[in-house]
Ligand binder design. Structure first.
Ligand code: ZN
Length: 88
């Protein structure tokens, strides 16, 4: 075999190895570290438990032309219940 062919094969194996190894490493990193919240994402106050939640990840309800944001389904349901009680 020509020495250059061996070199090309070695490079190809190296690239293949890097691709496989690199992908595996990436997957591990994403499963361990939660996705970062973008800095420009505005925080909204949960009117039920008063924690601040990023608007893009929060649950929202539109009421009286205002949008309310919640940390969880439970808080959203509580809020809707409160509003319904107030109206009736
Ligand atoms: Zn909440």
């Amino acid at each position: 075999m020509h020495p250059i062919r061996i070199l090309i094969l070695a490079v190809l194996f190296y690239i293949l190895y890097r691709l496989l190894f690199g992908n595996r490493k990436k997957k591990q990193a994403t499963s361990q570290v939660p996705p970062e919240i973008p800095a420009q994402d505005t925080l909204a106050e949960d009117p039920i438990c008063h924690t601040y939640v990023p608007q893009s990840q929060a649950l929202s309800v539109e009421m009286d032309e205002k949008t309310y944001y919640f940390c969880s389904k439970e808080c959203r349901n509580k809020f809707i219940e409160q509003q319904e009680r107030r109206e009736s």
